[in-house]
Design a protein around this ligand. Structure first.
Ligand SMILES: Cc1cc2nc3c(=O)[nH]c(=O)nc-3n(C[C@H](O)[C@H](O)[C@H](O)COP(=O)(O)OP(=O)(O)OC[C@H]3O[C@@H](n4cnc5c(N)ncnc54)[C@H](O)[C@@H]3O)c2cc1C
Ligand code: SF4
Ligand code: SF4
Length: 434
């Protein structure tokens, strides 16, 4: 016999627990609304919780995110589902949304897990760690990273051999292999879409050699190497574990490039690369850093000064279009590029290359809307139906968009956008009462 779904009722459903969705959820909860925050990952915090420091202030990203994440996690008006998926959203009428949510099994009772990591220690299975962007391994029984929220273990059942070692080692007996998927029917009065962005896959530009040339990494991999929850205690090039001393950045990898299907500017790559260059000068004082760029877009408050600061620190900026990257026998890399100012093709050798990958839409969310269409813009981000007057409004009344789900933006703008979405949601919810 089919089990009946549990029914839950909320004022607002927030889809996506990054900084934008978290901000919306927190504002709504502080106004007394009951919020359900659904996050597909095992932790809330989105990309921001994984970053090193933030431009242009160089504040520690984790130090800003962690208190916010813990306020969200403890708020009595917020229920959080991590490792959960929104399968269907149906608008039945104004202030009446019916939503199917699937809670996937974690195989650990989160409430009883102390985060002691004894399961991790005994687990014999090692696989690539997605939270460190594949630079190191993790166990099949694992805690995503030390500041994850919730800080609880999960079992990666696809790679688990069911040997039972973790179950025997767990002091609180909270590992439960009998957990199954749970379905919920959520009745919500409003929806905030805060599903964030995806990163450009550099394998789509084979001439850059990512994947085959070992000392080429992405900017997100460098971000992890610089973060407090980093995989190594220093900066290492993956090919041989050498500390690099001549690092190149290739900006606009997968941005402003029609040939890879992404003609738009990702807005943050220039600035995060300049940030990483400054952090690298601190971490590796003897290293040379060169940034190959087409244009530097330093348009925000304090950004141009931040760019000038990097130049003063000795970061070299070359206006150049990189055509091809090849590997030498010693693992060093030869960049063939057009020096735009001199109008000639040149070559330069570096011992590590960072590809500053662009921001792509996370378009799957539009497919879950059933009877009304969540419109997307020409670049497949969520369409803002009234961008100038009410930027959080979408094509569906009662559904609002927050953060990079509507287009590339930095953290301050994502927080502002999360605030705008919560204000619009509040005004929509108040109309019901009136
Ligand atoms: C390498 C790098 C460095 C950066 N450095 C800086 C910096 O120094 N300063 C700065 O201001 N900005 C920086 N940024 C930009 C910053 O990461 C973004 O502005 C910010 O993360 C956007 O937050 P968000 O909540 O919109 O999206 P995200 O962080 O992407 O969060 C979205 C969340 O939604 C979840 N989700 C997605 N789909 C679903 C679904 N269907 N159901 C449930 N949950 C879902 C995701 O798992 C994720 O947790 C950097 C970006 C990169 C790539
Ligand atoms: S049962 Fe699975 S997760 Fe637990 S220790 Fe064995 S392989 Fe690891
Ligand atoms: S599942 Fe058990 S052993 Fe693993 S971290 Fe949690 S309490 Fe510790």
């Amino acid at each position: 016999m089919k089990e009946t779904k549990k029914i839950l009722e909320y004022d607002a459903l927030v889809v996506g627990g990054g900084i934008a969705g978290g901000e919306s959820a927190l504002n709504l909860a502080n106004l007394g609304y009951k919020v359900l925050l659904v996050e597909k990952d095992l932790t809330i915090g989105g990309k921001m919780i994984m970053l090193s420091k933030v431009f242009p202030t160089l504040d520690c990203a984790a130090c800003i995110t962690t208190p916010k994440v813990s306020e969200i996690a403890r708020h009595q008006n917020i229920t959080i589902f991590t490792g959960a998926e929104v399968k269907r959203i149906n608008k039945l009428g104004e202030h009446r949304f019916e939503v199917d949510v699937l809670q996937k099994p974690r195989y650990v009772n989160v409430a009883d897990c102390t985060g002691c990591q004894m399961c991790e220690e005994v687990c014999p299975v090692s696989v690539s760690d997605e939270y460190q962007y594949g630079m190191v391994g993790r166990k099949a029984a694992y805690i995503p990273f030390s500041i994850a929220s919730p800080r609880a273990a999960a079992i990666d059942i696809e790679n688990c051999t069911l040997c039972g070692a973790c179950e025997r080692a767990c002091p609180t007996k909270c590992i439960d292999f009998t957990q199954t998927e749970e379905e919920f029917l959520v009745k919500a009065k409003s929806v905030v879409v805060a599903t964030g962005f995806n990163l450009f896959d550099p394998l789509k530009i084979p001439r850059y050699g990512y994947g085959s040339q070992k000392n080429i990494i992405t900017s997100m991999q460098m971000e992890r190497q610089l973060a407090p929850t980093r995989p190594f205690n220093t900066i290492l090039r993956p090919g041989d574990g050498k500390m690099p001393d001549n690092i190149a950045y290739v900006l606009c990898t997968g941005s402003r490039d029609k040939s890879v299907g992404n003609p738009i500017c990702s807005q943050v790559c220039c600035m995060y690369s300049i940030k990483q260059a400054q952090l690298l000068m601190g971490a590796l004082p003897m290293a040379d850093i060169t940034i190959y760029y087409l244009h530097i877009r330093a348009f925000g408050k304090g950004f141009n000064e931040f760019y000038a600061q990097a130049q003063d620190m000795g970061v070299e900026f070359i206006k150049g279009k990189v055509g091809k990257i090849t590997e030498k026998e010693n693992g060093n890399l030869i960049l063939r590029y057009e020096d735009i100012e001199a109008g000639v093709v040149k070559e330069a050798e570096h011992d590590m290359v960072v590809l500053s990958v662009g921001i792509l839409p996370n378009q799957g969310i539009s497919d879950v809307f059933e009877n009304e269409k969540l419109e997307l813009d020409p670049f497949n981000f969520v369409q803002q139906s009234d961008m100038l007057a009410s930027p959080a409004k979408t094509s569906i009344e009662g559904v609002f968009v927050a953060g990079t789900a509507s287009g590339p933006m930095d953290i301050p703008d994502s927080i502002l956008s999360g605030g705008a979405a919560s204000a619009e949601t509040t005004s929509y919810l108040r109309r019901e009462t009136v």
